[in-house]
Ligand binder design. Structure first.
Ligand code: HEC
Length: 107
């Protein structure tokens, strides 16, 4: 009985940690982008409501810090994701975008 209770507790804690759209600390940059950003930037990064972010996009000459700041603090019509995403998740999504732009990701 005791064992079962701790199992249930562990399962509900795991579910709570998954919160925002099934994302967690293990989610890849691509998964985070698909769940959080693709609605405005398109899953192939070709843009829509928000600017194009993929290969050859206007932002492809911007430094890593520009991406981290834009995403965590928001910019213009784009909301801030600093509350919704963890630092790790933001890093992973930036890494995904830079890789799609054909760049190396350096912290
Ligand atoms: C509700 C729509 C929306 C969502 C969701 C959204 N963005 Fe944006 N994004 C925008 C808009 C609009 C801009 C242009 C902001 C401006 O300068 O006015 C923008 C700008 C950007 C820029 C700067 C692009 C450039 O050319 O300078 C980056 C990088 C970016 N978004 C990344 C992301 C990431 C990563 C996510 C997901 C975590 C995301 N966005 C989610 C709408 C969105």
């Amino acid at each position: 009985m005791r064992r079962r209770l701790s199992l249930i507790l562990a399962l509900s804690l795991a579910a709570a940690a998954c919160g925002g759209g099934g994302l967690d600390e293990e989610s890849s940059g691509r998964e985070i982008f698909a769940a959080t950003c693709a609605q405005c930037h398109a899953s192939d990064l070709s843009g829509g409501v928000g600017p194009r972010l993929g290969l050859g996009a206007p932002s492809s000459d911007k430094p890593v810090e520009y991406f981290v700041q834009t995403i965590s603090r928001g910019q213009g019509r784009m909301q801030s994701f600093g509350g919704a995403l963890s630092v790790n998740q933001i890093q992973r999504v930036v890494e995904f975008i830079l890789t799609e732009q054909g760049r190396e990701f350096t912290e």
